[in-house]
Design a protein around this ligand. Structure first.
Ligand code: ATP
Ligand code: MG
Length: 252
């Protein structure tokens, strides 16, 4: 937009659509149906948490969004275009980065080599050296361990590396699958602080977490998924106060 463009009257201003929109998505593992028409959306700049019990379909939802799993029905739109069924590498090029459950690092490769792999997409390849320096600045511990095998890092450091590797692709949307899994409470806090600072830099985040209250605390909104269906949606603060959610997920 140029400065000389007159501001349209409010009636003509259409609200921009959500950055991510998932509509009626189903997913199967062979005969087993894991998702039954999942609807959710994430607006630019939001942090949104997807909550649910073990096996509810959280990881499956993220896998559909990032193109690892093709939904037989329903659709995914990102930044105004249909991305349903595109291969995962195309979706990374479009600006979605997925930090998978269990981190999936290359343990025998160095920290630096793992980071460089995250920056291989064509859109950012020219900025790869600069992004590498940015990441070791953002995560000083990765700078210190730069030439060490990723498998020798602590759990918290490996999670930071997995996040940093995803950021190497300069995503507009970051999908995080249980980043605090298996980490001590103090390290978990660090991971949440990191997610918050990434969001503050303008990256939109869709988060899956077991630490429900901590996740809602850094989120704008949340969804609850049960047996492959979204059963609740709301403002994060409202979900955090909800008695049924506190009982189901916190045992309170
Ligand atoms: N590779 C697979 N093959 C067969 N069934 C699968 C596979 N992956 C997941 N499932 C099943 O699909 C359902 C949803 O799994 P999903 O991994 O999405 O759950 P989740 O909400 O991420 O759970 P968790 O909290 O344990 O990570 C579960 O019933 C699970 O057993
Ligand atoms: Mg999972």
């Amino acid at each position: 937009m140029t400065l000389s463009t007159p501001t349209p009257p409010p009636s003509a201003t259409s609200r921009p659509g959500p950055l991510l929109s998932v509509r009626g998505v189903t997913a199967f593992y062979d005969e087993f149906q894991a998702l039954w028409g999942v609807d959710l959306e994430v607006r630019e700049g939001e942090v949104v948490t997807l909550l649910g019990a073990n096996g509810a379909g959280k990881t499956t939802t993220l896998r559909v969004i990032s193109g690892l799993l093709r939904p037989p029905s329903g659709g995914v739109r990102f930044a105004g275009r249909e991305i349903t069924g595109l291969p995962a590498h195309r979706i990374v090029e479009l600006g979605i980065a997925h930090v998978p459950e269990g981190r999936q690092l290359f343990p025998l490769m160095s920290v630096e080599e793992n980071l460089l792999l995250g920056g291989r997409v064509a859109r950012v390849r020219a900025r790869r050296p600069a992004n590498l320096e940015r990441m070791v600045e953002l995560f000083p511990i990765l700078g210190e361990r730069r030439h060490q095998a990723a498998g020798t890092l602590s759990g918290g450091e490996q999670q930071m590396l997995a996040i940093a590797r995803a950021l190497m692709s300069e995503p507009r949307l970051l999908l995080l699958d249980e980043p605090s899994l298996g980490l001590a409470p103090r390290v978990t806090e660090e991971v949440f602080a990191t997610v918050r600072s990434i969001a503050a830099r303008g990256v939109t985040v869709l988060l899956v977490e077991q630490n429900v209250l901590e996740a809602l605390e850094i989120s704008d909104r949340g969804y609850v998924i049960e047996h492959g269906r979204i059963v609740r949606a709301g403002a994060a603060a409202e979900l955090a106060r909800d008695a049924a959610i506190r009982e189901a997920y916190l045992g309170l």
